[in-house]
Design a binder for this molecule. Structure first.
Ligand SMILES: NC(=O)c1ccc[n+]([C@@H]2O[C@H](COP(=O)([O-])OP(=O)(O)OC[C@H]3O[C@@H](n4cnc5c(N)ncnc54)[C@H](O)[C@@H]3O)[C@@H](O)[C@H]2O)c1
Length: 244
């Protein structure tokens, strides 16, 4: 392991989720300081303890609350002096036929997967250190749609557009990129795999599903110095299931 993130501060939401916790642990192993947010204090506590209290700060709260975004940014400033990488990873993926989708289903997915990222990025701007990077978690659904997840796919498509817009608007100070995972074996895809795992695997050239650790490596590539001339880009981590 290198110390590519030595002295750097990463702010991650949805931090105790499968992909985000893999990002936190890999970054910590490369010297990073972490500011972690998620709903549940207990899981956050356990993750921060694993990283070490001296290099980890945490805040339990709902990403839908703009005050939560402000408090996370303030925590990064007071504990570590600013932010070098912002990784808004909190998200929900609910199975709903469009004909049965309620306005509340739609709104809740918009609020967590998209509105919360607007609040976080906007609030974080003054705290971003020179050369900072933002890495958004889009999805294969942003590129090819997702039946029974139209609300989810709509948020991820919008997030991809937001990524490209901000890459232009925030340059040259800040780089903004995205990672679009395909089918990754996490809690989020448990029901999908139970229903369609065989067909999805058969359609994947690498003949398996991805791991959270594999997605985390792509996220950290875009978050760190190895991608210093890359902005407005999206990396697919999907075993070849979808190619642009
Ligand atoms: N797993 C996949 O196959 C896959 C594929 C494409 C994209 N993604 C994206 O990657 C990201 C992480 O996915 P994952 O598989 O690790 O999911 P996960 O379910 O393991 O983690 C999501 C995290 O978000 C948190 N969260 C949800 N609602 C929240 C709220 N209102 N406030 C604060 N935190 C909240 C959850 O507590 C959880 O820890 C998501 O944005 C997801 O859309 C995942």
């Amino acid at each position: 392991m290198t110390d590519a993130f030595g002295g750097k501060t990463l702010v991650i939401t949805g931090a105790t989720g499968a992909i985000a916790s893999a990002v936190a642990l890999q970054a910590a192993a490369q010297g990073a300081r972490l500011v972690l947010g998620d709903i549940g204090a207990e899981a956050l506590d356990a993750l921060c303890a694993q990283i070490g209290a001296g290099r980890c700060a945490m805040l339990a709260g709902d990403v839908r609350d703009p005050e939560n975004a402000a408090a996370l940014v303030a925590l990064a400033r007071t504990r570590f002096g600013g932010i070098d990488a912002l990784i808004p990873a909190a998200g929900i993926y609910r199975d709903r036929a469009f004909a049965e989708m309620s306005a509340q289903d739609w709104r809740e997915t918009m609020e967590i997967n998209l509105d919360a990222i607007f609040h976080l990025i906007r609030t974080a701007l003054p705290a971003l250190n020179p050369g900072a990077a933002i890495v958004n978690l889009t999805s294969i659904a942003a590129h090819r749609g997702s039946p029974r997840h139209a609300h989810y796919a709509a948020t991820k498509g919008a997030l991809l557009s937001l990524t490209r817009s901000l890459a232009q608007e925030l340059a040259p100070q800040v780089r903004v990129n995205a990672v679009s995972p395909g089918i990754i074996e996490t809690q989020m895809t448990r029901d999908l795999l139970a229903a369609h795992g065989g067909a999805l695997r058969a359609a994947t050239p690498l003949d398996r599903f991805g791991t959270a650790e594999e997605v985390a490596r792509a996220i950290l590539f875009l978050a760190g110095p190895a991608s210093s001339f890359i902005t407005g880009e999206v990396i697919h981590v999907n075993g070849g299931l979808y190619m642009d």
